[in-house]
Design a binder for this molecule. Structure first.
Ligand code: NAD
Length: 399
């Protein structure tokens, strides 16, 4: 069953796009130059006009930076389903990958970059958005370089490996007048939107307790995930971040303090630098608590809220599809969608129409600050105050 609110969003995006690109030519030039970080010369405007597709809509061009598992398995296929944006370019250090993607996705040679010549992307009017899908510690550098090249940025989660880097990324995008969104796909996913609605609108009364658990058996195919320098941590910044997010958007509040305990290490070779698992608890101002756990050596996938007048939960809650929701009154009747396509279209809509971004750099920084506090709590065994974190909340809106 298609949810009314989301259907309306689809239609609104189409209407906006149509008005944006198919309007009178007098309206077109300012619109195009708004999208371009390079000014909007006559040459660029002509090229952009040529990029208008057969139905009269110009999709924003995305360049994926880093062609690993997530880009290859999820983002590139999703970009074949998006309505407002398309795969226009790639950035890779591996010539064989460049050749493979060039053929598979029909990417022109001039839209293929490597890490050395990446900054030349500033001269390419076909690329509106740079999507950073690299190991976590590289997010800051490529977000900043993309903004300096005059492109809007989508940066994968976790935003960075330190709050200090997050601030630099926000500052660089602000300075360049470019927008920044974090790849938090679940803010666009119907089951998770329903958790936000039920929790934030107090449908079952005050939420007193949240359980958020996300764990997976992590293999060896992406070794950087066990490297503290590159990953910033273990399962906490990688998959535990979804527990943090889920608890906050279900409760509609940011915790005021955190406590945490590391899991025992059972595989000493694998977990030399990062934690194997961690339990953490978020304390909210009204006395309610979120009990969270995450692991690279165990499987769980749950977001559950217990409220004064009932409960509601998702299990699985965070994976790419097949999510299931239940409440104390029965099954949730919401559909599974292509999360990445929905996310990228919503972001393209915000970029082209200058509307509110649901998942801002400030939200990404908030979560990195909370992760730092959780590690501090686990290291010291003490409760750590989190009243200093960014007050970035995305309240559920019924638009
Ligand atoms: P991956 O290892 O499969 O891909 C990383 C890419 O970066 C590879 O193409 C690799 O060649 C390239 N790279 C460049 N320099 C590198 C270096 N010094 N070391 C290692 N790789 C280097 O990883 P992935 O699973 O695709 O994850 C990439 C990013 O996407 C991470 O930040 C991750 O958190 C995020 N991610 C998000 C989701 C989501 O659901 N939003 C899902 C998976 C991954």
């Amino acid at each position: 069953m298609k949810q009314k609110g989301l259907y309306d969003l689809d239609r609104r995006m189409y209407r906006r796009t149509f008005m944006h690109y198919a309007g009178a030519s007098a309206l077109m030039l300012p619109a195009f130059s708004m999208l371009s970080g390079c000014g909007g010369s006559d040459k660029q405007s002509t090229e952009k006009t040529e990029a208008v597709d057969a139905s009269g809509e110009r999709k924003l061009g995305i360049a994926l930076v880093g062609l690993g598992k997530y880009s290859e398995g999820e983002l590139a296929p999703a970009l074949e389903e998006t309505k407002l944006c398309r795969l226009a370019g790639i950035v890779t250090g591996t010539p064989e990958k460049a050749e493979k993607w060039k053929k598979k996705y029909n990417i022109p040679a001039e839209n293929i970059y490597n890490y050395q010549n990446f900054d030349q992307i500033r001269d390419n009017p076909e690329i509106d958005i740079v999507y950073v899908v690299l190991p976590n510690s590289m997010h800051a550098e490529y977000t900043i370089r993309a903004a300096q090249a005059g492109k809007h940025v989508i940066c994968e989660k976790p935003m960075a490996t330190s709050a200090a880097d997050c601030q630099k990324m926000i500052d660089a995008c602000n300075k360049a007048g470019k927008k920044l969104a974090i790849g938090y796909r679940l803010h666009f996913e119907p089951h998770n939107l329903e958790m936000m609605r039920l929790g934030q609108q107090l449908e079952y009364g005050k939420v007193k307790r949240i359980l958020a658990q996300n764990g997976q058996k992590e293999g060896n195919d992406t070794p950087w995930r066990f490297d503290k320098e590159l990953a910033g941590g273990g399962p906490l910044p990688d998959v535990g971040i979804y527990c943090l997010q889920g608890a906050i958007y279900t409760k509609g509040q940011i915790p005021v303090s955190v406590t945490a305990q590391y899991h025992p290490v059972t595989d000493k070779d694998k977990f030399k630098e990062v934690e194997e698992g961690i339990d953490f608890q978020l304390q909210f101002e009204d006395g309610s608590v979120a009990e969270c756990k995450t692991s690279y050596n165990d499987q769980y996938n749950l977001l559950r809220a217990e409220a004064d007048k009932g409960w509601f939960e998702l299990q699985p809650a965070y994976q790419y599809g097949g999510l299931k929701g239940k409440t104390s009154q029965g099954d949730m009747k919401v559909e599974n969608i292509n999360q990445q396509a929905r996310q990228m279209d919503a972001m393209a809509d915000s970029f082209m129409n200058n509307t509110e971004i649901k998942v801002t750099g400030e939200m990404g920084m908030r979560d990195v600050q909370l992760i730092e506090a959780i590690y501090q709590a686990a290291d010291t065994g003490k409760k750590v105050s989190t009243t200093h974190v960014q007050k970035a909340l995305n309240h559920y809106k019924t638009a």
